[in-house]
Ligand binder design. Sequence first.
Ligand code: H2U
Ligand code: ZN
Length: 348
Amino acid sequence: MNFNLNEHAHTRLNILTGEWVLVSPHRMKRPWQGKVESLPPDNRPAYDPKCYLCPGNTRADGSVNPNYSEPYSFVNDFSALLPDTPAGSFDDDGLLVAKSESGICKVICFTPRHDLTLPQMGVHDINKVVDLWQNEFTELSSKPNIKYIQIFENKGDIMGCSNPHPHGQIWASSDIPLEIHKETIRQEEYYSNNGISLLSAYLKKELQLQERLVFENDHFVALVPFWAVWPYETMIVSKRQVQYVTEFTADEKIALSETLKTLTAKYDNLFKVSFPYSAGMHQAPVNSGQHEGWHWHMHFYPPLLRSATVKKFMVGYEMLANPQRDITAERVAAQLRDLPNEHFSINS
Ligand code: H2U
Ligand code: ZN
């Protein structure tokens, strides 16, 4: 019997982090009698007088949003990181070790419309969100104590998102977070050994094989990474190696907006619901020297398993030993690729 990735249990290497995922394709026939999540009805008004994020409304801390008509950002009223935290560290015999962390947290409202999500926005309106990401990145990276800027979106109650108004967040920190630390080591090592970015080489391979592609345009590729852990996990990778979102040209920004719209529409089309996920871009640290190997990309981590109501739990073996999945990355990529690029609500 020959080893076959579609039939036999195996582990796959995440080349960005050096971690492994256990893949058990033979388990896909397992019956499901577990927890079924209920879905909230999605019949939001264009403006909700009780929403903290809608234009003109009062937020939880008493500040009032302007009557914004374009993407709008403000400092998070409950910031996890604060700019004026004193520097310091704590070490009790190397057993109790801590250090202070400062930073800035912002909230970004993607649109004044309470009832939309990214796939329901026009490409030019998504492009305005990309403009704001660039402006925020430029401003935050101009502060020398900021070392990393995490731009992300948490979408859906199931992800613990507190408000359905389309929004994302930015956390800028005085230290380099763990995931970025791991990806920095792997990408710099590959670049110094091969003279090309790890993700340029990986993208070349994926474009040749065509097994895990979901969507492609002139400047970006959306794919299910070979090492995906979450069943519907995807990645957007820029065809040109850049370190930062601020480097994208006008054409690249439109292409990124189109990729974001198409990928999130495909996600919604999968189970005909507003598809929950945590997504965010990974880019090089700032104010900390050269990062020649770094290649901008975006991760999408959706929690759903096999339907709109069945959530994947990372428990048991996965918490204690190693993440695991049943459905292969190749099967999921084919499923997402074959779904329409247009949002289902357009035809319903
Ligand atoms: P989620 O993306 O997880 O829903 O978080 C929304 C953020 O918005 C959350 O971090 C902030 C919360 O602190 N927020 C405000 O800053 N002001 C408010 O009035 C409500 C929510
Ligand atoms: Zn709102």
